[in-house]
Design a protein around this ligand. Structure first.
Ligand code: BMA
Length: 835
């Protein structure tokens, strides 16, 4: 197959209603160069026509763009390698959103769903020599409003309510962390394909034997041949390569000669003793490679390759186990890979930019690597964004991150009238076909919080079984019928779940399915220390806001605006009551911050403490066979789409906030935990290792002045893949009157401290912390940190481009911590801590 990407020679302009459409397209003036793939905002920015909407209050200045229609045009020559007999197709991998396309003046296609790739055979419309492609993008806002008028207004959380009628990334309408930037444009590639025969689809739903000793690879290949010149002597060569790149098996299949224009051929490979794919932390991520080559045999020469497709496959067993618990009501929500129970610690993923085409493959890889480096095992692709780019899933395959994939519906009552369902079907089929072969993929979920909003409006009746489209929650026809049917037909090897959250009469039930824990921050604004009480069988969202790092703030706030309460900083916090809620948590926890740096540090400390309390408390309940009461904790949210104060643990410019390092520690293979108990402190540990571990538990109690009050030491045994309660540790907190005490626990394997936990008296604002006298040793990029007295939240900074092996640590006397600062070079570091 020959392929030409139409990425040059594009122009765009605002539609001028004073002219007819054809006059407007024919105008010679007003056109500006456009990048394709791209968006109108990016093109206007490049042309210097708009201020950067990410800076200051500029978002307000560019709202008109979303209210207008936009025209694109591209002149291109018919590529010389296209034969007269070839079938030629124009492919639009993504059009955002209400697009009409003309080729040489003839209407080619009308599209209203950003998630549906379009492929149109152009036949004789494509001329020899010069051709012109024209696209009109109509305002998604206006089109959505028209549909809303026709079908009735529906309820949403976040964004303009007309969005539920528009199959466009929902966060473009503004979210509680994202600006309103209703862009338009050919956001994915525009391509010409020409062929005499092509592989339309290569599919291989791998099945692993229950004993994991063999894998069956049932391959099916859909082939299409040009209607004009039926090709003869066509063969299909299929080969499977192991992760080292060595051929495992191959086969040559002959293809029936045309007249059959479309046909599917099948072959099943068996791989014995497969190298299994594992989530990171549990094993390697070996990837097999399946290559299908379609060629035409020639009498006296090598066969002509007509088309070639390849898939990377990970061989792994997957099960979502929903089984009764011995020690708690309801059922588990437990992912098993290769029969191994996985605690899915990780994060929610939102689009990494308001303007999608400018996210580079390198940035995608950097994001996924950040998640992997934080010991995360799962990312949830949240339903208000997009079905992500291939490179995102490729990186997850390579780094061993499991992916929970929502369908793209979020926080709304969506319609389900027949045309809407047709569009959703096309979108879902395209997404499932594109993503189903990735080993990282472990779940399809119907939507984000649509059951929650329905429940809050009292229109969700879990027992209702009639025609959903006649109810006030019509989209159950999508989530409980259309989408699961598509998944069952196209991707039976992955589980489907109707929503996130879902399970129980209240979709946010804590005893079945998944749960979004917003009792902290939203809802009742419970203290973050109470997170452990608000668990669920799988917590797929929870989070706490914090400011981004200072360098990021400086990119959008003018010098005079660099204070926490400034109009600019408040504009860059999109949550309803965001600054006020943040102030409550800060006030509950710390003495009031006085300047921007204190506010950054303070909010980030609170976020780190909150997220740590949640994961620590919930992972403790990953209690072993029959007792996996909480099997996942996905923080809301990993990333941002612009520079903003949000729940993100890494800011828009990929700077980790302190919470990131707390997550890294709490999701390590071995962790120790401490909580207050009647007798003092209670201790537990969690292991995600596959073998029983023998370790030494060291416990110490310190005054803030650095005097050792008590200590204890004992051997402990940690069974694999579970949390283990290690009993109570007697501490008499009252022995010295009001003297605050700090309890520390460490696990040692051999001489090495493998994990630490510290239990501080709270709230921190009541503590008067003496100077801990931190000593810093620095040998190139290795730092040694020691303290004479307990130090809380020691944050190390050293300028841009440093990767810390750990950060935001608590220091205690007699416990040196070594931190590796890759990329620091000779630069000095700066420390700050709570005092
Ligand atoms: C959940 C998410 C998002 C939202 C977040 C913070 O509801 O699904 O919609 O951004 O909480 O409010």
């Amino acid at each position: 197959m020959k392929q030409h990407i139409l990425s040059t020679n594009w122009q765009f302009k605002e539609r001028d209603p004073a002219h007819s459409l054809s006059e407007d397209f024919a105008l010679t003036e007003d056109w500006l160069p456009a990048n394709v793939p791209g968006t109108v905002h990016q093109a206007l920015l490049t042309a210097g026509r708009i201020p950067d909407p990410f800076i200051g209050l500029n978002e307000n200045e560019v709202q008109w763009i979303g209210e207008r229609d936009w025209l694109y045009r591209c002149q291109f020559d018919r590529p010389s390698d296209i034969d007269a007999a070839d079938t030629v197709a124009l492919c639009f991998d993504g059009l955002d959103t209400f697009a009409t396309v003309w080729l040489n003046g003839q209407e080619l296609l009308v599209s209203d769903n950003m998630f549906v790739p379009q492929r149109i055979e152009v036949g004789t419309l494509l001329r020899a020599g010069a051709n012109e492609l024209q696209i009109r993008f109509e305002s998604a806002l206006e089109q959505g409003k028209a549909r809303e008028r026709a079908h009735g207004a529906l309820q949403v959380w976040n964004g303009d309510a007309s969005r539920v009628y528009v199959r466009k990334a929902q966060y473009h309408y503004g979210w509680d962390w994202g600006p309103v930037l209703l862009t338009a444009g050919p956001w994915r590639a525009v391509r010409l394909e020409a062929y005499s025969a092509r592989i339309r689809e290569l599919h291989c739903p791998v099945v692993i034997a229950p004993d994991l000793q063999s894998a069956t690879l049932p391959v099916s290949i859909a082939i299409e041949q040009s209607a004009h010149t039926p090709t003869t002597n066509v063969i299909m060569h299929l080969a499977i390569y192991n992760p080292a790149g060595e051929l495992v098996d191959a086969i040559r299949l002959s293809i029936a000669d045309a007249p059959t224009m479309a046909q599917t051929v099948h072959h099943t490979f068996t791989v014995t003793s497969p190298e299994l794919w594992w989530p990171r932390g549990y094993g390697e991520q070996p990837l097999y490679r399946l290559v299908a080559t379609l060629s035409q045999e020639a009498a006296e020469s090598d066969p002509d390759v007509l088309d070639r497709h390849a898939l990377r496959l990970g061989l792994r067993q997957l099960q979502l186990r929903q089984a009764p618990l011995d020690n708690a009501p309801g059922t588990t929500f437990l992912f098993e890979i290769n029969h191994t129970p996985i605690f899915c610690g990780g994060a929610n993923w939102i689009p990494a930019d308001s303007f999608l085409p400018r996210i580079t493959p390198e940035q995608y890889r950097a994001w996924v690597k950040l998640a992997a480096d934080a010991n995360m095992t799962m990312l949830r692709v949240w339903g208000g964004g997009i079905y992500e780019e291939d490179v995102f899933y490729d990186a997850c395959d390579e780094l061993g991150l499991l992916v929970w994939q929502d369908f793209m519906f979020g926080c709304g009552i969506y319609p389900a009238y027949p045309d809407f369902q047709v569009s959703v079907r096309a979108e879902a089929e395209a997404a499932v076909r594109r993503l189903r072969h990735h080993p990282c993929l472990v779940l399809w979920a119907g939507n984000n919080e649509d059951y929650s909003i329905a429940h809050s409006l009292r229109v969700y009746d879990a027992d209702f079984t009639g025609d959903f489209t006649t109810t006030a929650f019509p989209a159950r026809a999508l989530y409980e019928q259309l989408l699961p049917e598509i998944c069952a037909a196209l991707d039976p090897t992955h589980p489907y779940w109707p929503g996130s959250p879902y399970g129980g009469a209240d979709p946010n039930d804590s005893t079945s399915g998944d749960r979004h824990t917003w009792d902290v921050w939203h809802g009742r604004m419970a203290p973050y220390q109470d997170y452990p009480k608000f668990g669920g069988r799988f917590v797929s969202e929870f989070g706490m806001q914090a400011l981004p790092v200072r360098a990021t703030i400086e990119t959008f706030a003018a010098t005079a605006e660099r204070y926490a309460e400034s109009r600019t900083l408040e504009h860059h916090n999109k949550a309803t009551d965001g600054p006020r809620r943040l102030a409550v948590y800060l006030n509950d926890t710390l003495r009031a911050p006085t300047d921007l740096d204190d506010m950054i540090y303070g909010s980030q400390l609170v976020q780190a403490e909150a997220v740590g309390a949640a994961i620590r408390g919930w992972r403790r309940r990953f209690g072993g066979p029959g007792r996996y009461a909480v099997a996942g904790a996905l923080v809301w949210q990993l990333n941002d789409c612009w520079p903003v104060t949000s729940w993100a643990v890494v800011d828009y410019l990929l700077h980790p906030k302190p919470a990131y390092y707390v997550i890294m520690r709490e999701l390590a293979s071995l962790v120790v935990g401490l909580a207050k108990a009647e007798s003092g402190a209670t201790v537990w540990a969690v292991s995600s290792l596959g073998v029983r571990m023998e370790a030494e538990l060291w416990l110490n109690v310190w005054t803030l002045e650095g005097e050792l009050v008590t200590s204890a030491q004992r051997p402990v045994t940690l069974p694999p893949h579970q949390a283990t309660e290690l009993g109570d540790f007697q501490v008499d907190f009252q022995a010295n009157g009001d003297v605050p005490l700090v309890v520390s626990a460490r696990l040692l394997v051999g001489d090495i401290v493998v994990c630490r936990a510290v239990l501080w008296p709270e709230p921190f604002k009541y503590l008067t912390l003496p100077d801990p006298e931190i000593e810093l040793g620095q040998e190139q990029e290795i730092l040694q940190l020691r303290a004479k007295r307990p130090a809380k939240g020691v944050w190390i900074s050293g300028g841009e481009g440093v990767t810390w092996s750990d950060n935001m640590v608590d220091l205690l006397p007699d416990d040196e911590q070594i931190i590796v600062a890759r990329g620091l070079g000779e630069r000095p570091v700066h420390l700050r801590w709570l005092h």
